[in-house]
Write a protein that binds this ligand. Structure first.
Ligand SMILES: [Zn+2]
Ligand SMILES: [Zn+2]
Length: 283
């Protein structure tokens, strides 16, 4: 999914839109890309203004927040690319909720102290707002599956930021029920992790979990209703596969954590050693 020129320069070929771009000599491809970019500006998925992709890249400042700007710069203008909130400490050491107070170290939030739950810790790239929210919604509900590429890169960068080599054995995308999968045509969680450049020790198992029954969308339900709605909705499709393993569960958004808790329950019941959660956004 990371479409790069493998033969010559290794540069990103996304957005070039020229058949056979990977086979072009290294001087020709960037030149054609610059010409295509100058002649055919992209339309921002946020504000709908036309913009030049190279200009968006030039605005990067090397900060953590620019990771998302860089990831989304082919699809959002320089202004929109920066309009989102990166997750930053202080946050809940377990569920990853960002505290309103911006001073002090990470610590457990009141809810996690009261009810520790089943997964060990959850982390996200950003808050579910601004451009990140728009991009996730465009991917999920408008079929802009090409956004899985930059969003997947952002998610991978977040994974590498919070987890060290050897921390995780298995990566499992949260599954959709087959009926919803048929309707949508893809599982966004799987699209996000499919192209991760994983080392041999970490394995992505696309069907580690299965959704046993269809559940109404969680949107509009409160915390308790979400928990009831999703209870026992997940099981393992490969019994014994997760025994003794540290599993990283991946999804697009974590809201109350009810879905992640239900998935973690199924995995721990199967014998997983621990379950962590990574999402693009934290609502
Ligand atoms: Zn814009
Ligand atoms: Zn918490």
């Amino acid at each position: 999914m990371f479409r790069v020129c493998r033969r010559y320069c290794g540069a990103d070929a996304v957005g070039l839109g020229i058949p056979g771009a990977e086979a072009m000599p290294f001087l020709v491809k960037p030149l054609l890309a610059a010409m295509a970019n100058a002649l055919f500006p992209a339309r921002c998925l946020g504000c709908r203004q036309l913009f030049h992709r190279q200009a968006a890249r030039a605005k990067e400042d090397g900060s953590e927040k620019s990771d998302a700007g860089r990831a989304l710069a082919d699809y959002f203008c320089p202004v929109c690319s920066g309009q989102w909130t990166a997750v930053a400490s202080p946050l809940c050491s377990r569920c990853g909720m960002v505290f309103k107070s911006r001073v002090g170290p990470d610590h457990f939030c009141g809810r996690c102290l009261e009810r520790p739950g089943t997964f060990t810790r959850a982390r996200a790239a950003g808050a579910y707002d601004g451009t990140l929210q728009l991009a996730i919604q465009a991917l999920k509900f408008k079929g802009h599956t090409h956004l899985a590429n930059p969003l997947g890169r952002l998610l991978y960068a977040t994974y590498r930021h919070y987890w060290l080599d050897g921390d995780i054995d298995l990566i499992a995308p949260v599954p959709l029920h087959r009926r919803r999968f048929r309707r949508r045509g893809f599982n966004q969680a799987l699209l996000l992790v499919k192209a991760w450049p994983l080392s041999g020790e970490v394995v992505m198992v696309r069907d580690l979990l299965a959704r046993n029954r269809p559940t109404p969308p969680q949107t509009g339900l409160d915390r308790r209703q979400r928990r009831i709605n999703i209870k026992n909705a997940f099981g393992v499709s490969r019994p014994g596969e997760s025994v003794g393993k540290r599993v990283l569960l991946v999804d697009d958004v974590l809201t109350t954590g009810a879905t992640a808790e239900a998935c973690a329950t199924a995995l721990l019941k199967d014998g997983a050693k621990r379950v962590d959660v990574l999402t693009l956004a934290r609502a």
